[in-house]
Design a protein around this ligand. Structure first.
Ligand code: GTP
Ligand code: MG
Length: 326
């Protein structure tokens, strides 16, 4: 099994798109054999600029992603697109009749994949991370990840992206929901899309003043202070590709800033740490499942429920059985 997967990984690294598609499906399914694949491709990852694009349903994120992909292609950069679809019928996206999934003619050189977020934070981030690694090793220079804002998958993606873009639309300045969700604090670049509509300038000005207030209060408490990056606000008309070049410039500038300030390395380390933690948990679960100790687990769960033990005592008991004397 693992030999076949390694062979598939080698074909993918040699540029075979169908091998890439099959591996991505395995990552999406959380296939256990993917560990072998990741080992094979790991030395070839770490080059792509991973950009998360988030915002409320219907803001034009998908339209913008495609316009941006076309712009990157003009700049002779290879692009991968991951769209994370919320599975919940209440999240809005899926019920909008006019949502854009994918343009009729996907530009050549753009690899697109839609993934369902299963409402399970760890599961989503693990499989998306796997897909990011695959696209990265395949040679994509830029990986765009679209998520609907303020959901769990959105939080998961934030730990994967180097740069986060928050897309809003005219009128947002009057809507404090986004502020409440804390979404405004996370952006490296802001977009006011649908700038062909009334109020775009006003919304952009409100965003800019909110950014300034945020920076001032951070300075006042001696926190986060002046770190050299002021998030720009770009007004786009994604539908017509207007000012999408300006957005691409802002994203490139952010990447340069990250590299020059040393923050790129900090992000890479933080991601490596998150990944190690995930891997440890997976391995620990496998170890437990295979060991005779597994039989004790049910009993310990009963003890926790009956308030005889707390969860940490139970975990310590399991670990003591797994590794006596450790
Ligand atoms: N007027 C105008 N409409 C736009 C613009 N960009 C996108 N739209 C339209 O807005 C609607 C939603 O666009 P999508 O790109 O699907 O928006 P989205 O944010 O990806 O939506 P979900 O993924 O469903 O959350 C579509 O009808 C688009 O054609 C724009 O710049 N101006
Ligand atoms: Mg969309």
């Amino acid at each position: 099994m693992s030999d076949a997967l390694i062979e598939l990984a080698r074909r993918m690294l040699a540029g075979d798109r169908r091998a890439l598609a099959r591996l991505i499906t395995l990552a999406d399914d959380g296939h256990p054999g993917l560990a072998h694949v990741l080992r094979e491709i790991h030395p070839r990852t770490g080059k792509a600029h991973v950009i998360g694009i988030t915002g409320p349903p219907g803001a034009g994120k998908s339209t913008l992603v495609w316009a941006l992909a076309a712009e990157y292609l003009r700049r002779e950069r290879q692009v991968g697109v991951i769209a994370i679809d919320p599975t919940s019928p209440f999240s809005g996206g899926a019920v909008l009749g006019d949502r854009v999934r994918m343009p009729a003619n996907t530009p050549a050189g753009v690899y697109f994949r839609s993934m369902a977020s299963r409402g399970q934070l760890g599961g989503t981030s693990r499989s998306v991370r796997g897909v990011v690694h695959l696209l990265d090793s395949f040679g994509k220079d830029v990986i765009l990840i679209e998520t609907v804002g303020a959901g769990q998958s959105d939080v998961a993606v934030r730990t994967l992206a180097h740069t986060t873009v928050v897309v809003s639309v005219p009128g947002l300045g009057d809507d404090i929901q986004m502020l409440k969700a804390g979404i405004l604090e996370i952006a490296d670049v802001y977009v006011v899309n649908k700038a062909d509509r009334d109020g775009a300038d006003r919304t952009a000005a409100q965003l800019a003043s909110m950014i300034e207030i945020g920076r001032e209060s951070a300075r006042a408490i001696g926190h986060g202070s002046d770190d050299g990056w002021v998030p720009p606000v770009v007004r786009t008309v994604a539908l017509k590709g207007e000012r999408v070049d300006e957005l691409a410039d802002a994203l490139d500038a952010h990447r340069t800033y990250l590299v020059q300030s040393g923050r790129w390395d900090t992000l890479v380390r933080a991601q490596a740490e998150a990944e190690l933690q995930e891997a440890l948990l997976v391995r620990l679960e496998q170890l437990l499942a295979r060991s005779p100790v597994a039989a004790r687990k049910d009993q310990l769960i009963g003890d926790i429920a009956a308030r005889k033990l707390d969860a940490y005592q139970a975990a310590d008991a399991l670990l003591a059985m797994l590794a006596p004397g450790a």
